[in-house]
Design a binder for this molecule. Sequence first.
Ligand SMILES: Nc1ncnc2c1ncn2[C@@H]1O[C@H](COP(=O)(O)OP(=O)(O)OP(=O)(O)O)[C@@H](O)[C@H]1O
Ligand SMILES: [Mg+2]
Length: 240
Amino acid sequence: MSLCLSAPAFLWYDDFPLEPGILGKGKFITFEGIEGCGKTLQLSLLEAELCHRLGEWVFTREPGGTEFGRELRQILLGKGSAPRAPVAELLLYMADRVQHLDQVIRPALARGAVVLCDRYLDATLAYQGHARGLGFPLIDEMAAVLGLLKPDLTLVLDLDVELALSRARQRNRLEGSDALGRFEAEETEFHRRVQEGYRLLAAREPQRFVMVDAGGTPEEVASRVRSLVAEKAGLFDEAR
Ligand SMILES: Nc1ncnc2c1ncn2[C@@H]1O[C@H](COP(=O)(O)OP(=O)(O)OP(=O)(O)O)[C@@H](O)[C@H]1O
Ligand SMILES: [Mg+2]
């Protein structure tokens, strides 16, 4: 997690902690999409821009937005080869999420911060629900029972599967990890199902989801992302 906080806002929030809704409610925005579509890059470009603006911005990710979550991330995305049942995998993602919500997301929203999260519940729906075949209803039900927060806005970066996977592989090579991560090692067909899962999710909740064309240069995508978050979440409103 990284915190992007301008000095005047820091003093203000620190001195007078607020309940959400009293002076501007926090916003919860998530970035989703298949491996290599550009989520992390786009969030870092947004972070660089928002850092200079008034308000508190919390950039975080799943899995791994807390200390406990980072331990779970090692298990979930590491290269360990122990077989695991899809439901066992699902429960670990949910454990990461519950901890993340308690420790990071809810407190930040209560302070009135904008929380930008690299993957969240919709990733679980697309990967474990659709691509692994557990279905949406089981995960929807778990989310309801656990009281998981729904994002205000979800951007899905939409990119050709082959292109996204080739970018992810090249990134891994540049980072010196030639071996593929757990999900990058899946067949292309698996990633097609993940993408289909995201499209189904967007179709069932068109108010919350926005599909973003992730083709073109990073700057071109950043400009689309910027105007969407400005339009849908008022993120660049200086009065915030
Ligand atoms: N528009 C773009 N043009 C060219 N390269 C890009 C573009 N967007 C991202 N990249 C590069 O592609 C690679 C994958 O991008 P990134 O890591 O942001 O994807 P991701 O969606 O976060 O993937 P993952 O789900 O695996 O975390 C990175 O090396 C990134 O620099
Ligand atoms: Mg990423």
